[in-house]
Design a protein around this ligand. Structure first.
Ligand SMILES: [Zn+2]
Length: 127
């Protein structure tokens, strides 16, 4: 299960990198998710819930921020969003991308993200 191992990695990163007093009050984990990351947000969130049980992060949730695909052409000066079409019935693990201007190969600038951007931590003032 792809999502499960990613969620595990994510939780480990948080537990290792965030001070405990913040972890205990974390309500929402904001995660940047690139368009090219072909995974199920639902499965990732479910896995996150299971993995964070009995940890300081128990009860917190992931909120996703979609990162659009952006690429730069290796041949011409084009740089920007690139769309790709998935052929019906065919699912590429990695979509094949090409420059909309010249059809050349492109380098991916954005779209591969899976990173924690920030945490929403409960307010200290209660009431
Ligand atoms: Zn080009």
């Amino acid at each position: 299960m792809h999502e499960y191992s990613l969620a595990k990695e994510l939780v480990k990163t948080l537990l290792d990198g965030v001070p405990e007093d913040q972890l205990g009050k974390t309500e929402i984990v904001h995660v940047e998710l690139g368009e090219l990351r072909i995974l199920s947000k639902e499965a990732l969130s479910t896995a996150y819930g299971i993995i964070t049980e009995d940890t300081l992060l128990e009860g917190s949730e992931i909120e996703y921020e979609d990162v659009k695909l952006e690429a730069r052409c290796q041949r011409c000066d084009f740089s920007g969003p690139v769309s790709y079409e998935e052929e019906e019935g065919v699912h590429f693990a990695v979509p094949v991308l090409s420059c909309p201007e010249c059809g050349g190969a492109v380098d991916i600038l954005k779209g591969n993200e899976l990173a924690v951007r920030k945490l929403t931590v409960a307010d200290d003032d209660e009431g």
